[in-house]
Design a protein around this ligand. Structure first.
Ligand SMILES: *Cc1c(COP(=O)(O)O)cnc(C)c1O
Length: 243
């Protein structure tokens, strides 16, 4: 994870080329949906990637990094400490790992219960600090996925809004993996409609407009449905070894 094995020039160049390709496709998809390229940010999903590969991406101007596991977030933090970047936790957070997370992440995208939100708020009280959060919604309704059920999202969002140390940025969803566009699209359109409704009811602050959705296989579709942040892993770093 924190191997100091230097990358070959070819490996570094390949990462830069793929980053540029993803950025071009993101900009084109944003424009096709009537937005500007700056309205959609690219977060790199860096699970299983050693710090050296992430370093290439940050040095190439892609400084929004997402880790799934607190352990990986912590393990790579020292190696990347000299490079300005923003770390998001995009995987499930156990309450006993909140402290470690707050030390290294500027945003937690996986808030899906009030108990977790309150634990984060408590720890921030001790640290006298704040953190950005997304409420994760299980729009695909898969039992195996984390995220609050869509019908419970309004109550959770309203409760998180009342926690002073959590700055609500918007909503996040994972969606259905590996399905056809027709099957994936509702996961993303549902999240956009939910955001619009929760802003209208006042549960979400008017400036909490972020929609974190879309991965390598479907990010253009997610952008068409309103994504403001896409989470890209394998398109940049190549296929991951099977877990
Ligand atoms: C791995 C991961 C991604 C990126 O997936 P790719 O298909 O590799 O682009 C996005 N979001 C989350 C939560 C992930 O775990």
């Amino acid at each position: 994870m924190s191997s100091t094995e230097p990358l070959t020039a070819e490996e570094s160049a390949a990462i830069r080329t793929r980053l540029d390709e993803v950025a071009e496709r993101t900009a084109a998809a944003a424009k096709a949906s009537g937005r500007s390229a700056e309205d959609v940010r690219i977060l790199l999903a860096t699970k299983t990637q050693p710090a050296e590969r992430i370093r290439v991406a940050i040095e190439h101007g892609f400084s929004l990094i997402g880790e799934n596991k607190v352990q990986e977030l912590v393990a790579k933090a020292d190696d990347l400490a000299d490079l300005p970047h923003e770390s998001h936790l995009i995987g499930p957070l156990q309450k006993n790992k909140v402290n470690h997370t707050l030390r290294h992440a500027q945003c937690i995208q996986s808030v899906d219960s009030l108990a977790l939100a309150e634990r984060i708020d408590n720890r921030l009280g001790v640290l006298d600090s704040t953190v950005d959060v997304f409420v994760q919604v299980n729009t695909s309704r898969e039992d195996s996925k984390s995220g609050v059920a869509p019908e419970d999202a309004e109550a959770l969002v309203a409760a998180v809004r009342d926690l002073d140390r959590l700055r609500l940025r918007g909503l996040m969803t994972i969606g259905l993996p590996g399905q056809t566009p027709e099957e994936i699209r509702p996961s993303y359109s549902d999240l956009r409609e939910l955001r619009d409704r929760l802003i209208a009811t006042g549960a979400l602050p008017a400036d909490a407009t972020e929609l974190s959705m879309g991965m390598s296989n479907d990010f253009e579709l997610a952008i068409a449905e309103g994504a403001t942040m896409v989470r890209i892993g394998s398109s940049v770093f190549g296929a991951r070894p099977a877990p």
